[in-house]
Design a protein around this ligand. Structure first.
Ligand SMILES: Nc1ncnc2c1ncn2[C@@H]1O[C@H](COP(=O)(O)OP(=O)(O)OP(=O)(O)O)[C@@H](O)[C@H]1O
Ligand SMILES: [Mg+2]
Length: 313
């Protein structure tokens, strides 16, 4: 069991609204509504907790709507190291229609000022040492720059911590300069961060070699239903997931990241690490939520994952 800290700088209260069909501009009646505390780092923490790890969660939370978060953290036994900021954590509304189409409406969230940013840095310097890895996942809140994220990762690196990063856009572009230990972009995020098209496996291998050269040890590139390419120094593996029926892809990327960390921190073989991570991500898409609630189903999904070296077709 590892001790892992996840950072969610811009968490969200997810409100899922289930409807037969969305009629824009009209009164719609929903079959079901669920609210839950979310954000990529919080999601990753939940999957890691399902795998038996010990979690500390941190980032910024709006102090006006804490309840769902505090309830979740207490229920899951997470150490709560979030810095509270004035205002409300944003709400992300997901309108889920019966045919599987999902419409997202993401709220703006609180502005995080310089004092709160410093408070988080100070807290992390105190609490981060002693963790086996730190996950930094998701977007940046208003008031936080990509440069600040880069400095945060540099600070964590200087404390000797393994930093796993899942972000996008300018945040990812800047953060790459700090050379985190592991990154998990999807194909579009990687192409956007590198400012070039990364369309073939050869182009990915080339990009990964460049990233390895600057000190990023693990480049995990997710390809949706086509699976995952994992480039580490001296090894490149591809995993294809088994065919599953898709209930919702929410949390697939977070599940993959959690699975990769699990294997890497448990010293599983690379093949086993990628197989389990791909099965966990596939399991996420079979559910409206995500997480590991059925070990037998996970074992079955693992058997359906195909892992091969990337040099073979
Ligand atoms: N339809 C699917 N069937 C099986 N596995 C899937 C499917 N879609 C996604 N996955 C698994 O989930 C992983 C992550 O998915 P994806 O590449 O879409 O990540 P992402 O774009 O980061 O998603 P997120 O929206 O969660 O951030 C994939 O690498 C794959 O292993
Ligand atoms: Mg993602």
């Amino acid at each position: 069991m590892a001790k892992i800290l996840t950072l969610t700088l811009n968490p969200a209260l997810d409100l899922t609204v289930e409807l037969p069909v969305l009629a824009a501009g009209q009164v719609n009646r929903s079959d079901e509504m669920h609210t839950h505390a979310a954000g990529k780092g919080v999601n990753v923490a939940q999957v890691l907790a399902d795998l038996g790890h010990q979690l500390t969660v941190s980032g910024f939370l709006g102090e006006d709507n804490l309840q769902a978060f505090e309830t979740l953290f207490a229920k899951r036994g997470f150490v709560d190291a979030f810095v509270r900021v004035p205002g409300e954590t944003r709400s992300n509304i997901k309108v889920a229609e019966r045919d599987g189409r999902i419409t997202d409406i993401n709220g703006p969230g609180p502005v995080v000022d310089a004092a709160a940013q410093q408070a988080l840095l100070d807290r992390l310097v105190q609490i981060a040492p002693g963790h086996d890895a730190v996950v930094v996942a998701g977007s940046l809140p208003r008031g936080v720059t990509a440069q600040w994220l880069r400095e945060l990762i540099e600070r964590l690196n200087s404390l000797g911590l393994k930093v796993a990063l899942d972000s996008s856009g300018e945040a990812l572009r800047e953060a790459l300069k700090a050379s985190p230990w592991l990154i998990k972009p999807n194909t579009e995020e990687l192409a956007d961060a590198l400012g070039c098209e990364v369309v073939s496996h050869a182009a990915e291998a080339h990009a990964a070699a460049q990233l390895h050269g600057q000190g990023i040890e693990h480049v995990v590139i997710s390809h949706g239903a086509d699976g995952v390419n994992w480039f580490s120094v001296g090894s490149a593996l591809h995993a294809s997931p088994p065919k599953v029926s898709v209930a919702s892809t929410v949390g697939a990327g977070d599940s993959l990241l959690a699975g990769m960390l699990h294997g890497l921190l448990s010293a599983d073989t690379p093949e086993q690490t990628l197989r389990t991570a791909t099965a966990i991500a596939a399991m996420a898409v079979t559910q409206i939520g995500f997480g590991i609630n059925d070990a037998a189903q996970l074992a079955q999904l693992e058997q359906g994952v195909r892992v091969r070296p990337l040099t073979e077709q």
